[in-house]
Unconditional design. Structure first.
Ligand code: PMP
Length: 287
């Protein structure tokens, strides 16, 4: 079935939705995005995604394409028009179409940002079978730019990392800089050692995951010990367990790093428990 997507104020069948070849998102990767999960027809962590979007736009001097209320309305309209039960809503804002190619930013008074949203259906995504067996990661060098806290659409290296993982018979890659893990290609990385949950602290080196914020809050509420600091791949391989978080994977157990099994090679109790708590609590506040 053809989707109804949103482009600059219009709801259109996907085949009729277009963006200019001069759009700076296409020519310069000059844009930002958000992915919000939908469970049971409701949006998870919506406020968090909205706040991060506003921050990404501000950091790049891109005008907000619409108000917060309008943004929520568009998300809800897309859920309704596409009869979406479980899945994601992808949102992208670019600096727009100046009608030509130029490195200098166009005048925001005349060139308005491009806003695109579409749905991706993933029935039963909360019961993903991989979450029961866990996933395998490899480590790769982190050669991305220095503002990874901004959620830009420059995703070529993360895509290459994912392909390096597949080629190595793994599922994903954790990126390493100066000997320490920054994050996964599209997720935040954690290890568990002696009952302590260890994850890199927030900085410009990593994306400030919305799922990360929620999971750390729930972990602390459940009296778990959280240590926010960098960790090495060697430390990760010696950990009792590992996992990652993202809006679309929730909490995902990692059972192998660079070919070394963690614990007994099955998802660990902390990751399993955090996945349960995250799903339960975020369904409660879904809108
Ligand atoms: N880090 C990176 C590099 C990501 O691409 C993502 C997901 N887009 C995350 C972390 C996780 O962020 P969130 O929990 O907000 O999906």
């Amino acid at each position: 079935m053809s989707r109804i997507v949103y482009v600059n104020g219009q709801y259109l069948p996907e085949a009729e939705a277009t963006v200019s070849i001069f759009d700076r998102g296409f020519l310069m990767a000059d844009g930002v995005y958000e992915v919000t999960s939908v469970l049971g027809g409701k949006l998870l962590d919506f406020a968090g995604h909205q706040v991060r979007l506003a921050r990404s736009l501000k950091e790049l001097d891109i005008e907000a394409p619409c108000s917060d209320d309008e943004l929520l309305e568009i998300h809800r309209e897309l859920v309704a028009r596409n009869d979406l039960t479980d899945g994601m809503i992808y949102l992208q804002v670019t600096r727009g179409n100046p009608g030509d190619r130029d490195f200098a930013f166009p005048d925001p008074a005349t060139i308005k940002p491009t806003l695109v949203l579409f749905t991706q259906s993933k029935p039963g995504m909360a019961d993903s079978p991989v979450a029961k067996t866990g996933i395998k990661v490899i480590s790769i060098e982190d050669i991305r730019w220095g503002r990874r806290d901004i959620k830009t659409v420059q995703l070529l290296y993360p895509s290459m990392g994912k392909m390096m993982a597949k080629k190595a018979g793994a599922d994903d890659a954790w990126m390493v800089e100066d000997g320490h893990v920054t994050e996964g290609t599209s997720n935040n990385a954690y290890i568990v050692k002696g009952g302590r949950i260890i994850t890199r602290q927030l900085s410009n080196d990593i994306l400030h995951g919305i799922t990360r914020a929620a999971v750390l809050r729930f972990a602390k509420e459940a009296q778990m010990v959280v240590e926010e600091r960098p960790f090495t791949i060697e430390e990760a391989k010696q950990a009792d367990e590992a996992f990652f978080t993202s809006a679309s994977a929730f909490v995902m157990p990692v059972v192998e790093i660079d070919g070394a099994s963690l614990g007994n090679g099955t998802p660990g109790p902390v990751a399993k428990r955090l996945r349960e708590i995250y799903l339960e609590e975020s369904r409660k506040t879904a809108i």
